[in-house]
Design a binder for this molecule. Structure first.
Ligand code: 5GP
Length: 177
């Protein structure tokens, strides 16, 4: 098992790039089948979801649109969850089939606070795809439609996720030792 350092902390390999890739192909297959003949708009939440969104999107064979938005930032190792606003959402969501793409759902506060703002625009449907879900930590009611991996309540980095700005470029996902 590989041990790496990011800033002052040690992390060990948790999910390999093969395992992540395989699971993303399964999620894409499910979306291809669920959305056959429809044209979903994927709204990926920056920064953490950029790799997941990119790999998921490559495996879609349906017509689909993609945009990236930014919400409140996440600092250090505890979720702030104080989402106020989003930047970059230019599409009008009225009557659209929206799929939110998240890197990780922890307490659920971010999405729980943000989804009503999107619902306000009256999309035809709205689903959530998240690569990681810390089920034990989730305290806000949220329906997750596509989940890559249920993971324990431990801090992770890699594959788009950072620890204070670093670690996003790692191909694998690492867990705090
Ligand atoms: P929530 O609002 O669900 O508590 O937190 C969601 C956000 O917190 C995620 O989009 C992510 O930015 C951040 N987050 C939660 N857990 C982790 C983690 O283990 N590692 C990293 N890098 N970010 C996390």
């Amino acid at each position: 098992m590989a041990i790496i350092n990011v800033h002052d902390k040690q992390f060990e390999t948790y999910l390999s790039d093969e395992v992540i890739g395989q699971r993303i192909r399964e999620l894409a297959a499910a979306i291809n089948s669920d959305y056959a003949g429809r044209r979903p708009l994927f709204i990926a939440i920056l920064n953490g979801s950029f790799m997941f969104a990119s790999d998921l999107f490559k495996h879609l064979d349906i017509e689909a649109e993609l945009c990236f938005i930014k919400l409140a930032s996440y600092k250090g190792m505890k979720s702030s969850g104080n989402v106020v606003t989003s930047i970059g959402l230019e599409d009008d969501l009225f009557d659209k089939e929206v799929i939110i793409v998240e890197d990780i759902v922890d307490t659920g506060k971010t999405l729980h606070n943000f989804l009503p703002k999107l619902q306000h625009q009256q999309p035809k449907s709205m689903k959530i795809a998240t690569l990681l879900h810390k089920k034990e930590a989730t305290a806000y009611p949220l329906t997750l439609d596509y989940v890559g991996f249920e993971i324990p309540d431990k801090f992770v980095v890699g594959y788009g996720l950072d620890y204070d700005g670093l670690g996003r470029n790692l191909k694998e996902i690492y867990q705090l030792v």
